[in-house]
Design a binder for this molecule. Structure first.
Ligand SMILES: [Zn+2]
Ligand SMILES: [Zn+2]
Length: 362
């Protein structure tokens, strides 16, 4: 392994060695600030409401990297990261058992730190409490993003996914065309994914292209979570390549949340042939995988019982309840309503029932 790679791996191990858990993120926040002060002295650091905003260089438009500072794991008294042939994992020395290494999203943090080292013009933002509902990013200071040209986040398990949609498309044609050759060079493919901070920024109305991607962690949200260094490094190389290629370009994009909008009264009134109930019927949120297990439509995550009863399953990866399509919903009835919707109380009730079922956990 080259000196450069060894250095990168050491910084990744150092970052994975910092323990952090949703709401108990002080050590990680301090680690990032200390890193910037020591190694990126020219950068401007703003800490606002536990979110960290770092700007390096002077430009009208900046590439922007997004990461989150929390993990789902507990903080242990004795915690150590090990490297076995580039597979990074963690042990609790007290109990002698494996614990999650927190690659979700410490790998994303590491990529942001590497970009702060290597790029002259870059913005990086570190949001707190992503895992408990994108708290940090939903309270983001959006004026800080007014000169962001596009945002990249590395917050996805595996090594191949480049997320182009989270309940709505995250970027437009120009961006897609510009990244396509780079994605294939690094073995990535476009797919849709679960909510994370860049989805929240789109939702906040950032108005530019954003994307999320796999960064080499596996089995997130479990004690078996590991990081494959070479996959993480491949992601870092790809992010570097994208930023070198796209540079300080403004890629505007207007995001629409298809989910929310398709459940909107306004859209319902003007419903065309492909209106929402039919879409729903075809796209169940629970998918049976090849081994016969129920998985999440959005992230292929494992599903558990939902506290909202049989009509729902809980997805730990998306941190939300997904709907099981079953006899509870009479689609024929809805279809009639859509064809003949007349705004009568009876029709409103049918739609209302469905809406309140759907939104019961929001
Ligand atoms: Zn994450
Ligand atoms: Zn997560």
């Amino acid at each position: 392994m080259t000196k450069k790679l060894l250095k990168r791996k050491q910084l990744l191990i150092d970052t994975l060695s910092v323990q952090t858990s949703s709401g108990k993120e002080e050590q990680m926040i301090q680690y990032i600030i200390n890193f910037c002060i020591k190694y990126v002295p020219a950068a401007k650091i703003e800490v606002d409401n536990n979110n960290i905003y770092v700007t390096k260089g002077e430009s009208d438009i900046y590439p922007c990297i997004v990461a989150h500072t929390d993990t789902v794991h507990d903080i242990h008294k004795y915690y150590k990261v090990y490297d076995d042939d580039n597979c990074l994992f963690a042990f609790n020395a007290e109990s002698g058992t494996q614990v999650g290494v927190g690659g979700d999203d410490k790998v994303g943090i590491w990529i942001a730190l590497q970009m702060l080292l290597s790029q002259d013009i870059i913005k990086c933002v570190f949001f707190h409490s992503e895992e408990i509902g994108c708290i940090g990013s939903s309270q983001a200071n959006m004026s800080w993003f007014k000169d962001a040209g596009y945002c990249l986040q590395a917050d996805r398990r595996g090594s191949k996914d480049f997320i182009n949609s989270i309940s709505g498309t995250l970027y437009g044609v120009a961006f897609a065309e510009d990244v396509a050759p780079i994605l294939s060079k690094y073995g990535y493919e476009e797919t849709s994914g679960a909510i994370t901070d860049v989805g929240q920024l789109a939702e906040n109305g950032i108005g530019v292209c954003v994307a999320n991607m796999s960064c080499g962690y596996y089995a997130p949200h479990s004690d078996q979570e590991i990081v494959e260094f070479l996959d993480a490094n491949n992601c870092l190389d790809m992010v570097t390549h994208i930023i070198n290629e796209l540079g300080c370009t403004l890629y505007t994009h207007q995001y629409t949340n298809n989910w929310r909008n398709s459940y909107d009264w306004g859209d319902f009134r003007g419903a065309s042939r492909n209106y929402w109930f039919q879409d729903q019927q075809n796209e169940s949120e629970v998918v049976i995988d090849q081994d016969g297990y129920e998985t999440c439509y959005y992230c292929e995550g494992e599903l558990k019982e939902s506290e909202y009863g049989d009509g729902f399953r809980f997805c730990g990866d998306c941190n939300s309840d997904v709907i099981v399509r079953d006899e509870e919903y009479d689609f024929d009835e809805f279809e009639d309503v859509s064809d003949n919707y007349d705004g009568s109380m009876a029709h409103k009730q049918i739609v209302n029932n469905h809406l309140s079922n759907y939104y019961k956990n929001k």
